[in-house]
Design a protein around this ligand. Structure first.
Ligand SMILES: [Zn+2]
Ligand SMILES: [Zn+2]
Length: 426
């Protein structure tokens, strides 16, 4: 009987369809014929580029985060802040939960992702195949989404534009290092070919990879008795019998599930929580500005209206999109997908799969407003002349962002296709 190895196949992580492995080229990126998800993209010279960029990022990390970013000058008095100080500004004001979130996404996760990328690419460059490298790559994949320096940089620009008319702004060394840090981080993340990295780290050499009979395509991994690791995308054989204990991926250590456990219930719970929290997040003030003894509290919507009234339509539109439209889109979109699964709707499946990938992609951008407030709180400290403080809605808004991001993480998009299939073959 003719046999093949499992890595001659790909199982689509978005819909579980079994596809023959096709190597990507510069002009052709293989996509899943069922859900249109990109399966493998060509990243030339991936190991060396990732190594150089992550090392550059690490060298820039200290000056970018700890050197002074910008200074504001109002009527002769000057304040300045580094990125590190601005991440701590929420703690100064007693908003510990928001503070932890800002420190994790703005400071800790960016450092972790760069270090993990550097470690694994340096190891591969030296030709190593160590266990810790698989652990590093596994953690990198989980943390990359939570490293939000790119969003923080946009927040810095918005803060500058917001204060442009009120204060004289001076750009310091930290500002330029931070721009370069974000550029190298984004480039390093774009250069890593995860599929290639995982193949290089696989303990099984080409000759001792598990053999399976030739499979008919156009069936799912589940139907073919195969189980895809959602982290490193290794194809494993489905264990026989009904074993209750958890099985771990032999390559990356991730717990393997045929489908994520209680995915729909968890996603529903998080979406409903987010929907409830959207109300206080938008109705309560998010920021309080005191100027010459007068205190004015503004909600998210007030802030957007102020931008539009001041003629800064572009910024107004960005904040409107990130703070109001994105969270609403995420909640409504996820609810629609979950209702669709519940009712086994078979129409618009590809569009719903695309919408889910879009929800995953935009999820983190809602943190923009929180970063702007953190920067304003750190920089606008002019005593009785002018100061900015955080207000209660920041906490509710951060929780909305967390709930929607975790809802997307908990959801298993393969269920969308399972439910459509079971309605067609009852
Ligand atoms: Zn697919
Ligand atoms: Zn794995």
């Amino acid at each position: 009987m003719t046999t093949r190895t499992t890595d001659q196949y790909i199982i689509c992580p978005g819909c579980d369809l079994l596809v023959e492995e096709v190597q990507p080229t510069a002009t052709h990126t293989p996509v899943c014929p069922r859900c249109q998800r990109r399966l493998h993209r060509k990243r030339p010279d991936s190991v060396r580029r990732t190594l150089v960029l992550s090392l550059t990022g690490l060298l820039l990390y200290l000056p970018a985060n700890f050197a002074s970013l910008i200074s504001f000058n109002i009527l002769g008095s000057t304040t300045s802040s580094s990125l590190f100080q601005s991440t701590l500004s929420m703690f100064d004001q007693g908003e510990y939960l928001v503070g932890i979130l800002v420190v994790l996404t703005g400071l800790v996760c960016p450092f972790m992702t760069l270090s993990l990328l550097f470690g694994v690419s340096a190891g591969l460059y030296l030709g190593w195949k160590k266990k810790w490298m698989a652990v590093f790559l596994h953690w990198y994949q989980h943390l990359a989404e939570w490293a939000m320096t790119d969003i923080y940089l946009i927040a810095v620009f918005i803060t500058i534009i917001k204060m442009n008319h009120t204060a004289a702004i001076e750009y310091n060394i930290g500002f330029f290092c931070f721009i370069m840090l974000v550029a190298t981080t984004v480039a390093a993340q774009a250069c890593i070919d995860k599929s290639l990295f995982w193949k290089k780290l696989d303990k099984n050499t080409i000759n001792d990879r598990p053999k399976i009979p030739v499979l008919t395509l156009a069936q799912t991994g589940k139907e073919a008795g195969l189980l895809l690791c959602q982290s490193c995308h290794k194809i494993n054989r489905l264990p026989s019998g009904t074993q209750q204990e958890k099985i771990h991926c032999p390559r990356c250590g991730e717990i393997l599930h045929l489908r994520k456990e209680n995915s729909i219930d968890r996603s529903w719970a998080l979406i409903v929580t987010a929907l409830i929290l959207i109300l206080p997040a938008n109705l309560l003030p998010i920021m309080s500005v005191s100027s010459l003894g007068r205190v004015s509290k503004t909600t998210i919507i007030d802030g957007i209206i102020l931008f539009f009234q001041g003629g800064a339509y572009g910024i107004g539109l960005i904040i409107l999109t990130a703070s109001i439209l994105v969270p609403l889109f995420k909640v409504i979109g996820m609810a629609l997908i979950l209702i669709s699964i519940h009712n086994q709707w078979t129409t618009w499946l590809r569009h719903k799969a695309l919408m889910f990938r879009f929800i995953q992609f935009i999820g983190r951008w809602s943190m923009l407003d929180i970063f702007v407030i953190a920067l304003l709180c750190a920089l606008v400290r002019f005593g009785s002349l002018s100061s900015v403080d955080v207000a209660p809605a920041a906490l509710y808004f951060s929780l909305v962002v967390l709930c929607t991001m975790f809802a997307a993480l908990s959801f298993d998009p393969r269920l969308l296709w399972d439910s459509a299939e079971s309605s067609q073959n009852p």
